[in-house]
Design a protein around this ligand. Structure first.
Ligand SMILES: [Zn+2]
Ligand SMILES: [Zn+2]
Ligand SMILES: [Zn+2]
Length: 153
């Protein structure tokens, strides 16, 4: 009778456990909690926001390390908001260690500062002059998200 209530978190957890194992990471509660929160949101999330949602569950240093590891492993990608604060969003499944393939435009709302991954809008190919090395390309589309636009009308 109580089973139905438990089903959903367990399923979600299994997915994250698999993701951690695939990346040869130990399954820890802080890592699972961070993945859960980030996958529940449809916008990118900053470290301070994560801290607020996690409460006392994880200390700041641990959280910092979890995010750094996830970024390195190709689980999360980083996007800077309009104030230069780093925010994090889940990667596509093609990302792996040291290689991110999140070649999409990000939409930043200038009112609420929410960041959305526009996965269908791909970045242009950047052909650099000889001798240059490309590390990252970022294109942000800035405007009003659907919610803020609706509120203003
Ligand atoms: Zn990535
Ligand atoms: Zn907005
Ligand atoms: Zn993205």
């Amino acid at each position: 009778m109580f089973k139905a209530i438990d089903t959903e978190p367990v399923v979600a957890n299994e997915k994250f456990v698999r993701l951690l194992r695939k990346n040869k990471l130990k399954v820890t509660q802080p890592r699972l909690s961070v993945l859960q929160i980030i996958s529940d949101k449809d916008t990118a999330i900053s470290q301070p926001e994560l801290e607020k949602l996690l409460g006392n569950e994880i200390d700041r240093v641990t959280l910092y390390r979890v995010l750094a590891t996830f970024e390195e492993k190709g689980i999360l990608h980083k996007i800077f908001d309009l104030h230069g604060t780093a925010t994090y969003a889940l990667c596509s499944t093609e990302c792996d260690e040291h290689h991110h393939h999140d070649q999409h435009v990000h939409f930043i709302c200038s009112i609420c500062n929410s960041i959305y991954c526009l996965e269908d809008i791909k970045l242009p190919k950047i052909n650099l002059p000889e001798g240059y090395q490309l590390d990252s390309v970022g294109i942000n589309a800035v405007g009003r998200c659907a919610q803020c636009k609706a509120l203003a009308e």
